[in-house]
Structures are given as C-alpha cells and as structure tokens.
Design a protein around this ligand. Structure first.
Ligand SMILES: [Fe+2]
Ligand SMILES: [Fe+2]
Length: 309
C-alpha cells in the first residue's frame, strides 16, 4: 500500500466510535471482582492466601487504579503525542489528509478513553472508600521510547516514535481483549474494557497502515537505522520493573508484620515473565511487524533474530 491507496475509516468512526455510541459506565456494588485475579497474581500466592486473604479486594482495587492510571498516561502522553503531530501536519513525513483526519479521530478517542478512566477511578474511590496508595508516574513506554529514540539520528526521531507507538497500539489490544472476556469481574469493568477494545481495533489497523506507508517510502539507510533500535525498544518495553516496584509498594500496605511482608516480596519476585520468545506480548509484536511489512526487510529480520520463531 502507498499513500494514494490509503482508505479512511472516518465512516466507521462516525458509526462505531465509543464517544459517539456508548453510555456512561457506572460501577455496580455487587460481589464480583473489580480486577481479575490473573492480572494480580500476588493475591494468588501461597503467602498471601495464608497471611492476608482479607486484603484481596484492597489489592485488586489498587491494581485497578494502577491499570487505569497507566491507561491515562499511555493515551495522553504517549499515543496522542504522536497522533496529534500527524493530525496537525507537524510530522516529519507528509501524510495525506485522510491519514491526518483519522489521526485526529485517534486523538479524540484516546482523550475520551482517558476521561472514562478518570471517571471510573473516581466512582471506585467513592464506592469502596479506598484511595490509591502507589501510582507510578511512568509506564514502561515512558522509558522505552526515549531509549530507542536515542539510538537513531535526530531526523529519524519522529519516525522512530511512530514505529514505537504503532507497536504499543498493536500489543495493548489483545491485552484488553483478555480483560473484556473475563467472567469473574464486574459487568461495568468488562463493559469499560469492551468499549475501549471497540476503538482500539480500529487504531491498531490505523497505525499498521501508517507505518506501512512510511516504511515503503523510506530509504534503505533509514530503514537500517530504525531496525537497529528495535531490540532496545522491545527489551525496555517488555520489562516489568515498574510493575515490580508497584507490587513492592503495595506489599507495604498489606500486612503489619515485617516477616510476612518479606515473604510476600519474595513471592512477588517470582512473578515476572522473562523477555524471550515465550513472552505473551511478543506474538502481537511480531504480527505487527508482518502486517506493517517491516518484517519483509532483511534489516528488521536481522535485528529481531532473538525473537523470531
Ligand atoms: Fe485507547
Ligand atoms: Fe489507541
């Protein structure tokens, strides 16, 4: 596909964007979980179940707060930084009007997702009386993107940012899908995730097409420079340093006995996914490299050799 073949999804946006079609989600006061156990495995650990099972809902609520807070950072600071530059024609590569218009629908969607997330956090605080104890000021991408950009020449920084954001927008989608299918959580939470997913399916395709247009017009030298940064980006993106720090901060609030807290810390250490071919998000990332045509370039295959099947 080149820029001329770009087909806008403006009509699909008018019909299906959640800001156009969805009612406000209100958290219900029922017995279902507010956050899936599988996404906060600390509460399933032997020490937790033995020493502080009554803290389960507190830990899940705090984990929901972190998830919501991460969404707000991702949408407003990461995705919209790039989407807004493209929409306003402030991007190093010239995209046709249809691309810029679609980029503006992404900006609107993401700001709306951030608004919905803030609303839901406020509702949860009112319902539970539990206030957030440990909200990190960064997400993994806040570190991974600058680290990747530092490896490319100045003139390729925006293109590098486009690729990083496109990867992230293509991995998050499956992550939210698993959440929306989880039958153990409240209907409002599932609805919230399903709404978000409805928009993100469109976004994933949008970013893939944009990268494809950019990539196919890029000179081989530029492609090689951009391919070179990919391992750094993937490695930093897939670490769970921030999640670990969050879990450690959370543990401080779970039990008064220092010995129990130490045992919980040790449990938390074992919960990380190693960054390898088996990492659960890696399949999504590779699918993006195929869909965007980047994987057709030998320089990209060489750079990703450690991750390819
Ligand atoms: Fe979003
Ligand atoms: Fe998005």
């Amino acid at each position: 596909m080149n820029a001329v073949d770009y087909c806008s999804f403006a009509d699909a946006w008018e019909e299906r964007a959640t800001i156009r079609t969805r009612p406000r989600r209100q958290v219900e006061d029922d017995q279902r979980l507010i956050y899936p156990l599988s996404r906060q495995p600390l509460v399933l650990s032997a020490t937790f179940v033995r020493e502080c099972p009554q803290q389960r809902d507190f830990a899940l609520v705090q984990s929901l707060y972190k998830f919501i807070h991460d969404v707000v950072i991702f949408e407003t600071e990461i995705v919209n930084h790039t989407a807004s530059a493209i929409a306003r024609g402030r991007f190093a590569h010239d995209f046709p009007f249809a691309c810029r218009y679609d980029a503006m629908t992404v900006v609107v969607d993401e700001d709306y997702h951030a608004l919905v997330a803030m609303d839901f956090m406020q509702q949860t605080i009112e319902l539970t009386g539990i206030t957030p104890v440990a909200l990190p000021s960064e997400i993994e991408l806040s570190r991974a993107i600058p680290a990747a950009l530092a490896q490319v020449p100045e003139r390729l920084r925006q293109a590098a940012e486009l690729i990083c954001v496109a990867i992230a927008e293509n991995t998050l989608t499956n992550d939210v899908a698993a959440f929306a299918r989880d039958t153990s959580v409240k209907e409002s939470v599932k609805g919230l995730m399903a709404d978000h997913l409805q928009d993100e399916g469109r976004h994933a395709t949008f970013w893939q097409r944009l990268v494809r247009i950019y990539w196919q017009a890029a000179p081989a030298d530029d492609q090689a420079s951009l391919a070179h940064m990919l391992p750094t980006f993937i490695e930093r993106y897939l670490t769970n340093d921030i999640q670990k720090a969050f879990d450690l901060a959370l543990i401080e609030h779970l039990h008064p006995d220092p010995a129990v807290r130490q045992a919980l810390r040790e449990e938390a250490q074992g919960l990380a996914f190693p960054i390898s071919r088996q990492h659960p998000l890696l399949g999504n990332i590779l699918r993006f490299f195929k869909g965007s045509s980047m994987l057709d370039s030998p320089c990209v295959r060489d750079a990703l050799v450690a991750y390819l099947p």
